[in-house]
Design a protein around this ligand. Structure first.
Ligand code: SF4
Length: 644
């Protein structure tokens, strides 16, 4: 497959971009509390520049301390003091003939007082329905002051070596709040009719032009559709694009959603690839400047098709660039089967973004991402004989990374097929992209010489016979079957056996356990027209699913009429149901044809104790340590593989 358009250059204003691959702005969590970029920014952006992306757009960067909105420390550009640190980032990127822009940002009401040490500001005193803090209405004078601040920030960006700026008018932040009738109820010159609501972004562009001149490229980002009642739809956005072209922007970058609809800003696998391309196409028909499409563009063929069919001029690969910083180089070299795929799981990107215990984003499939300065795959000086036990995600990752380093690696899997629980996890609706990740790991392993032995159960004797230097135990977990009266009924089935097609299921199904495995099994059975009820001990089902994933999952369960009894502790299993306790009262759920057990998992680690002291190095990773998710298994495996 040739990717002629993707690999061809394009001009945004005066800036020539070597190809059509863009890395869009994504909050990384790498900035210091004072807003300065760090060494982490340098290595993160250098990896994508080296990987062949034509244009990089640095994450939302505050033009004013009151405009910070990131869950982490947001980088800043509100003062000249930031220029030297940003210059280090742009200098590094320019070594690879890649262009770099920075996104100028003010969150407006989509923030909280703890992030900005003050009350949020907005066009009107209407709270964001997600952040739910009453903002202070900006005075007219303050609005003019902010227009100056955007212009000053652009001037600093140019001095710091950025090739362009992107003005953040998307996702419901301050500029979008001014443009939207949903949040702008002003009666001064910045409110009222459409053109008055557009006065704020138009004046920002004019101010930027005054401070950086006509030749400096300015991109404007909008949400084509805000997907909220009373918000802006694509027809209004076409008018916005026309006005902004007239105001002097050089390109329009078309995203989607506001905070109330974050499931479209960062869309999970339930949302089809390229779901937002239609919006870019609509904007493109309205303007004569380049348009950048974004939103689950996760395969080069899709990207090429978007460009060839004239729906956009450039494609922004956000999470795909987290999964694979080298994607453009691989496309150019014809190595598309070596692309590390974004599977839309949301776990280490959006999942970490909203998890206060995590320092920055990363990627489930590629744990090296955003940790480029910390985790590197170096050639080993002492090649070792490595036995990897288990062909699930942890084992597969450990194997290919170890082999890439130059070790002699054999991976053993007791089943006849690789993938472990991860392969089964790909079976429920919307999860199929997991298979792409499994195939990717196998491809990379084969490339670096991993020998895969399937259908082989590793024993102490086999390890003694092979005499390896290193054993990595990635034996995974097994379903948990707690000691509850009646649970050992041979009629009962395990969720994994249903997903694998090993067991028949009756029409009326009771799933015991509403965690990830239980709800995804319910999704699978609901899609196949079974009547499903879930009984769960916690107050809610799907508690361990990421928010956006859960949004669409619950929508489907609702559609299938899946019932959930929560806060219910099962006390006894009956032949056709359960006895449970809820709010101190004992109740029964009966009349089911099939009872499905999805009550969690426990570690399966039968070899560690037996081989300790007999093999020079033994490591245990993933569920074999403690039952968790593939996310932890892959990261632990990578960390072991780079140190052996
Ligand atoms: Fe994609 Fe999942 Fe990686 Fe996020 S964590 S970039 S959704 S594969």
């Amino acid at each position: 497959m040739k990717f002629h358009v993707l690999l061809s250059p394009i001009k945004i204003g005066t800036m020539e971009v070597k190809n059509r691959f863009v890395v869009p702005p994504m909050a990384t969590g790498l900035a210091l509390p004072n807003g300065n970029p760090t060494e982490g920014h340098i290595t993160y952006w250098a990896a994508r520049a080296k990987g062949g992306y034509g244009l990089l757009i640095v994450e939302a960067t505050a033009i004013d301390p009151l405009g910070k909105g990131s869950p982490w420390d947001e980088p800043g550009i509100w003062d000249d003091k930031f220029i030297p640190a940003w210059k280090k980032v742009t200098d590094e990127v320019h070594k690879y003939e890649t262009k770099i822009a920075i996104q100028l940002h003010h969150a407006g009401r989509q923030t909280t007082h703890d992030k900005i040490e003050g009350q949020p500001v907005a066009p009107s005193p209407i709270p964001c329905p997600v952040e739910r803090e009453m903002p202070r209405e900006l005075t007219t004078e303050e609005v003019y002051d902010l227009i100056e601040k955007f212009g000053d920030a652009a001037r600093r960006a140019r001095e710091a070596g950025f090739d362009a700026v992107e003005v953040h008018g998307a996702h419901g932040y301050l500029i979008a709040q001014f443009m939207s009738p949903y949040s702008n109820k002003r009666i001064d010159e910045f409110g009222g009719d459409f053109m008055s609501r557009m006065r704020f972004p138009v004046q920002i562009i004019k101010n930027i032009r005054r401070k950086v001149g006509n030749g400096y490229p300015v991109i404007f980002r909008i949400s084509g559709d805000e997907v909220v009642p009373g918000g802006r739809d694509i027809n209004d956005s076409r008018l916005v694009a026309r006005v902004m072209e007239e105001a002097g922007v050089d390109a329009i970058h078309v995203s989607c959603g506001v905070y109330a609809t974050t499931q479209y800003i960062i869309a999970p696998a339930a949302v089809p690839p390229g779901f937002n391309v239609y919006a870019a196409g609509e904007i493109k028909r309205a303007v004569n400047i380049p348009v950048i499409a974004v939103g689950r563009i996760n395969e080069p063929l899709l990207a090429e098709d978007i460009l060839e069919s004239g729906k956009a001029d450039l494609v922004a690969l956000g999470r795909e660039s987290l999964a694979d910083p080298e994607l453009p180089n691989k496309v150019a070299a014809g190595l598309t089967e070596e692309i590390s795929p974004c599977i839309g799981c949301m776990q280490a990107c959006a999942g970490y973004l909203f998890d206060p215990t995590k320092p920055n984003i990363s990627c489930l499939v590629n744990p090296f991402t955003v940790r480029e300065g910390e985790l590197t795959i170096e050639k080993t000086e002492k090649p070792k004989k490595v036995m990897v036990v288990g062909g699930g995600p942890g084992g597969l990752e450990a194997a290919w990374v170890s082999a890439k380093r130059g070790h002699e690696v054999t991976l053993y899997e007791k089943e006849n097929v690789l993938g472990g629980q991860y392969r089964i996890g790909a079976i429920p609706p919307t999860k199929q992209d997991i298979l792409k990740a499994i195939r990717y790991y196998i491809t990379m392993g084969k490339k670096y010489g991993v020998e895969y032995k399937t259908g082989v159960e590793v024993t102490e004797d086999l390890i003694a016979k092979e005499n390896p230097d290193v054993v990595i135990l990635a034996t995974g977990g097994v379903p948990l079957v707690p000691n509850i009266k009646g649970i050992n009924n041979p009629k009962f089935v395990k969720a994994v056996d249903i997903l694998e097609g090993k067991k028949e299921v009756g029409m009326n199904v009771l799933i015991v356990g509403g965690g990830m495995v239980g709800v995804e099994t319910a999704d699978f059975l609901g899609e196949h027209h079974h009547n499903v009820t879930i009984v769960e001990m916690l107050p809610e089902i799907a508690k361990d699913e990421q928010d956006a994933v859960k949004y669409f999952l619950l929508e489907r369960l609702n559609k299938y009429g899946v019932k959930a009894v929560t806060g219910a502790t099962v006390k006894e299993f009956l032949d056709d149901g359960v006895v449970f306790e809820k709010d101190g009262k004992e109740e029964r759920l009966t009349g089911f044809d099939t009872i499905v057990l999805a009550m969690g998992a426990k570690a399966y680690n039968p070899l560690e104790e037996k081989i300790k002291g007999k093999v020079p190095e033994v490591y245990v990773v993933g569920d074999a340590v403690k039952a968790r998710k593939a996310l932890e298994a892959i990261e632990e495996a990578a960390r072991v593989a780079i140190k052996i």
